[in-house]
Write a protein that binds this ligand. Structure first.
Ligand SMILES: [Zn+2]
Length: 247
């Protein structure tokens, strides 16, 4: 699910991993695409390309407003879909101390995040409760570095037997996909937001280690942005998640 356009900075990225630039200890798993993206920001920063570094860091940070467009697809339990969305927004806004704020918008054009509900969401032929594809890059076409971020989320509205999912189950899934957007990877433990969905016991919020990890990623991005200067370069990353949630 990960595309990585190889460019001249690839070697530098590999070098930075080998020499361990990680400036913080994290307890939850960081998504590999995000680690790579952060490495690019760190390397650009070390090279003195502070504008580019800042652009990559900003595309990781997003916000402070994140605009979301909803597409209900063939969902029938619209109220539960709305409650799930509101609950997932609230769990992350609260967890991150309101550093970010989600805002629903009327058209896909205005949105960084497109959410599509569907009765039969599958990935590679397998039933999944949801998945996300995000892409982060910088644009330098205007002569100024502009951070770019977009994400596409699919959320399943029925269980594998075709029964409508509860709002709690859809909230877990959407919160989980947003967790990927903030940089977290999947874990196997049931009972964690980044773990598989247990239909009998959906999770309502990220735990301390998940929150701490996202905050550490964001703090590093902020310190990279604080160093912003000038330079030129471009690289493109995208990431995704297969989220094979067992039921
Ligand atoms: Zn996942």
């Amino acid at each position: 699910m990960r595309l990585h356009r190889l460019t001249s900075t690839t070697l530098l990225v590999a070098l930075s991993v080998a020499t361990g630039f990680a400036t913080y200890k994290v307890r939850a798993a960081v998504h590999p695409s995000v680690s790579e993206h952060l490495d690019t920001a760190r390397v650009q920063s070390q090279l003195g390309n502070d504008n580019e570094a800042g652009g990559y860091a900003q595309s990781m940070l997003m916000g402070p407003k994140i605009h979301v467009h909803l597409n209900y697809g063939d969902a029938v339990q619209l109220e539960d879909c709305d409650r799930a969305v509101a609950g997932a927004f609230d769990m992350w806004e609260t967890a991150l101390g309101h550093q970010i704020h989600f805002e629903l918008v009327d058209t896909p054009k205005e949105a960084e995040v497109e959410v599509t509900f569907g009765k039969n969401v599958k990935l590679k032929g397998q039933i999944v409760s949801g998945y996300i594809n995000w892409s982060r890059s910088i644009s330098t076409t205007t002569g100024e570095v502009k951070p770019l971020f977009s994400a596409d989320v699919k959320l399943r509205t029925t269980d594998p037997k075709g029964r409508p999912l509860s709002f709690e189950a859809m909230r877990h899934t959407f919160g989980h996909e947003l967790g990927h957007m903030f940089g977290l990877d999947d874990v196997k433990q049931i009972g964690k937001l980044m773990g598989p969905l247990d239909l009998r016991r959906p999770v309502s919020k990220p735990d301390e280690s998940e929150i701490e990890t996202v905050l550490a990623i964001r703090d590093e991005c902020k310190s990279i942005i604080a160093k912003r200067g000038k330079g030129t370069h471009a690289q493109f990353f995208s990431g995704g998640c297969s989220c094979h949630h067992d039921h």
